[in-house]
Design a protein around this ligand. Sequence first.
Ligand code: MG
Ligand code: MG
Length: 298
Amino acid sequence: HQIFASARIGIAASSSGYTRADDILRDAAIALTRATVSSAPYEIFDPAMRQRAITRLQFETDLRKAIDEEAFEMHYQPIIALASGRIAGFEALLRWRHPSRGLVQPSDFIEVAEDTGMIIDIGRLTLAESCRQMAEWLARYVAAAPQMMCANVSSKQLADPGLMADIAATLRTTGLAAAHLKLEITESAFINDVPRAQATLNHARSMGVGWSLDDFGTGFSSLSFLHRLQVDTVKVDQSFVAEIGPAASGSAMVKAIVGLGHTLGMDVVAEGVETAEQAAALRKIGCEYAQGFYFSKA
Ligand code: MG
Ligand code: MG
């Protein structure tokens, strides 16, 4: 075999007043890390890089501590059945109660959690808490309770061989019936290995757990995925819902996605519904479910 190798170089200049060999090597290593991430052939160290590295390290340390101390909380956003106006279920949304930053949204820490693999532990905690809460509501309100808890699963979790055992254990300890749990996954989770991801989906489905394809329409190959994956629900991304206005043309995309979902035997949730007009249009189109600020925040 012919092998092609490439190299990256991290450079720290000796003019910066170093007195210890370790310090200049450390800074060269920081520059090298940056070169690797940016895929530039080389990077020259500057002090801002060290500051960024320290900030990132502190953030990682905080996040690790948060896992130990379980400093996360779940906020639940109602998913409304449009035909009846009743709450059909909830999407469990993760928040991190940071000691100095306050409540941190997942968009601000999930990337770090994924890069470091901490997402596996965080995912386990959030799944356990969502299931525990749902089981409690079902026990307290019985038939009057919303019947579905939707938990987000990241691509790293989906690829984790321990995921199915975690789900089974969580259902067992919380006493939640599998039929009340639905997992949300985005298309990006399938990009690397579709057959393997589908096998995981099928395994969960055989246990009675449902799946939603989240943020549909924002990925690269939405249509082919929707056709190939066996999921129960498709969630129309809020960017399409936001287009629904007074003009009939605004709802064309949502209408098409709802029709496609129905043809493939899926039910449809519209995300990011913010106005009465959008809710009415979605009801008219025949979209089963909706969530968004118009109904309730998390
Ligand atoms: Mg989601
Ligand atoms: Mg979503």
